[in-house]
Design a protein around this ligand. Structure first.
Ligand code: FMN
Length: 177
């Protein structure tokens, strides 16, 4: 897809079908998450987990619902990309680096014709729980990793349509006098 078209049709998708995302697409999305700039070249302190295990995704939803009283935080998406950092990651840059990784994967999913959404809410809730929650312990990842940000991905019944762009963020242009 042409880059500007990806930006035009990108939106946060909150409806998914059960159709699994192909292994080929999962790999492309993860690779996009790795092709990022990381402040101070701190690559070694980040990791990405591509989770399709339904038991783990259901556990995440149940745990989150019990604590927050809210519905499915990943909207039933069949694929969750969890971005994590180690305790050694530079504290002041974690959210920037994780956010950039998330956006790369979000845009790649759009490029592949998939629905996607960046998600922080369940991480805010479950990171307060011991071990960052049972769902996280069930991943059996190397010791020390902590969830920072997530992206949900899946096939969607929502059509990819360019939306009318409404500027919401003030932007200033300062050139020569
Ligand atoms: C850092 C970040 C965290 C977000 N967390 C959530 C979330 O937890 N749940 C959710 O439904 N949307 C989440 N979103 C999506 C935003 O709500 C969405 O991008 C915004 O409403 C604009 O809509 P659009 O993406 O369709 O343009 C998040 C987006 C960002 C950038």
């Amino acid at each position: 897809m042409e880059f500007d078209h990806v930006l035009d049709v990108r939106s946060s998708v909150r409806r998914y079908t059960d159709e699994p995302v192909s292994e080929e697409d999962i790999e492309k999305i993860v690779t996009a998450g790795e092709k990022v700039p990381v402040g101070h070249f701190d690559f070694k302190n980040y990791a990405i987990a591509a989770i399709t295990n339904k038991k783990v995704l259901d556990l995440l939803t149940e745990e989150n619902q019990a604590l927050s009283g809210r519905g499915n935080p990943i909207y039933g998406a069949p694929l969750l990309l969890l971005i994590m950092n180690t305790p050694e990651a530079r504290e002041d840059s974690i959210k920037f680096n994780a956010g950039i990784m998330a956006e790369n994967m979000h845009l790649k999913a759009v490029d592949l014709g998939l629905g996607s959404i960046c998600i922080y809410s369940f991480i805010r809730t479950l990171n307060k729980v011991e071990g960052y929650g049972k769902y996280f312990q069930a991943l059996h990842l190397p010791e020390g990793l902590k969830p920072a940000m997530a992206v949900a991905v899946g096939h969607t019944p929502m059509p990819q349509r360019a939306r009318r762009f409404t500027p919401r963020i003030p932007a200033f242009r300062i050139g020569e006098e």
